[in-house]
Design a protein around this ligand. Structure first.
Ligand code: FAD
Ligand code: UDP
Length: 368
């Protein structure tokens, strides 16, 4: 049989593809990574503009409680001490996130955990008939009651997902902490930060010594590309891989509007969420704050959610029952392919954070 030029063809130079390529190269395997975009890094890619690392595909904050994964990413680049503590704006007033004593004080003037618990119990009481929340609205009402739901959740969620909160899975809101102390840290994880010098350093470190071709769409030359390697690792959309034979999976997309401003500090925080449905964007990111930038100008990005179509990027899987059932059909097909390995946010159709993707890639390598 003809000797193949590569052991692995890796479709996608995002985190999954980069971790996989790094680990296999370390084991002496020959890898070729391709990406249809003109750069490496997938959705964590940053573009440096005037010394500011602009998160081109949305704000990314690394967080994990897994020490192995924290040590792994730190072996490529040092991380800073950035702690995400977004602010929410609703009808002209500001609130701290995630839901904590600061938020409860801002909402109701309550000053002690006891007062806050009493207030929330009173708010929740109206929904005690909901035993098992079936959707995000029910889950949010059971967790925090009407005021928090209507001021800080409903508008943001319905903009973000483009459907009523009653049609969105409950697990999505369980990502957010709910606490009775004055801690504004958005994550409960042990480790958190931003790579010093930006995410591109992390990806460059992983892909050092790996052959990468950007601007190459796998589907435009699938046969020729597959023929180059023993196995293909696919990190793109799983439904597209199988020619949409069971139908299209739904994704949520975003439109980013970047703006450069002649002021050193536009909003005083990296992330401000706009939880009012009347404001068309969900958040404004001020990138310099991720790295404590001292430049005399700034770059902000407004994030507008919208439907996914062939002309934009599939950013979020929509893990409702209908899509999940469709995904399972594709997954069954994927399990039968001996030449192909599937992984990452798009191929696994999962709402993965970065640490989940790294974990999944390392596990995939272990199993091979
Ligand atoms: P991707 O980064 O999507 O990489 C897949 C790559 O495959 C892409 O570069 C794509 O161009 C390429 N590709 C697809 N199809 C083809 C093809 N046919 N031919 C060639 N190439 C192809 N995680 C966190 O931990 N913290 C956060 O704060 C955070 N914020 C986020 C904010 C937003 C707006 C989004 C969308 C995600 C966020 N995430 C965050 C999640 C994080 O981005 C992902 O977990 C991670 O980047 C996924 O890596 P991946 O390799 O699976 O996918
Ligand atoms: N959410 C909300 N209000 C906020 C922030 C988040 O209701 O101010 C909800 C919303 O449904 C969102 C989910 O919580 O989709 C998860 O938020 P997260 O910040 O984790 O979203 P991501 O950064 O993944 O877009």
């Amino acid at each position: 049989m003809e000797e193949k030029k590569y052991d692995y063809l890796i479709v996608g130079a995002g985190l999954f593809g980069s971790v996989f390529a790094h680990e296999m190269t370390k084991k002496g395997k020959k890898c070729l990574v391709i990406d249809k975009r003109e750069h490496k890094g997938g959705n964590i890619y940053c573009e440096e503009i005037n010394g500011i690392n602009v998160h081109k595909y949305g704000a990314h904050i690394f967080h994990t409680s897994n020490k192995e994964i924290w040590d792994y990413v730190n072996s490529f680049v040092e991380f800073n001490r950035y702690t995400n503590s977004p602010i929410a704006e609703f009808e002209g007033k500001l609130y701290n996130l995630p839901f904590n004593m600061n938020t409860f004080y801002q909402l109701w003037g309550v000053k002690t955990p006891e007062e806050a618990k009493a207030k929330i119990d009173e708010q929740r009481a109206a929904y005690s008939y909901i035993k098992e929340p079936k959707n995000l609205e029910e889950q949010a009402l059971v967790l925090g009651g009407k005021d928090i739901y209507e001021k800080l959740i409903k508008g943001y969620t319905e903009k973000q997902w483009g459907r009523p909160a009653t049609e969105i899975p409950a697990f999505i809101i369980r990502r957010l902490p709910f606490r009775f102390n004055f801690d504004n840290n958005y994550f409960n994880d042990t480790y958190q930060g931003i790579p010093i010098g930006g995410y591109n350093k992390l990806i460059e470190g992983m892909l050092e010594g790996v052959e990468v071709r950007t601007g190459v769409n796998y589907f435009k030359e699938k046969e020729e590309l597959d023929a180059l390697a023993e196995k293909t690792v696919f990190t793109g959309k799983i439904d597209e891989f199988f020619n949409y034979q069971f139908g299209k999976l739904e994704y949520r997309s975003l439109h980013f509007e970047h703006e450069q401003l002649n002021t050193p500090n536009y909003q005083g925080n990296a992330v401000i969420n706009y939880t009012d449905k009347k404001v068309p964007f969900t958040r404004i990111i001020e990138h310099k704050h991720f790295e404590f930038g001292t430049q005399d100008n700034t770059i902000i990005t407004r994030e507008y959610p919208h439907e996914f179509s062939k002309d934009n990027e599939p950013y979020y899987p929509i893990n409702d029952d209908k899509n999940q059932a469709l995904y399972e059909k594709y997954k069954n097909l994927a399990n039968k392919q001996s030449k192909y390995i599937f992984g990452g946010r798009l191929a696994d159709y999962k709402y993965y954070d970065m640490h989940n993707v790294i974990d999944a890639a390392l596990e995939t390598v272990k199993k091979l």
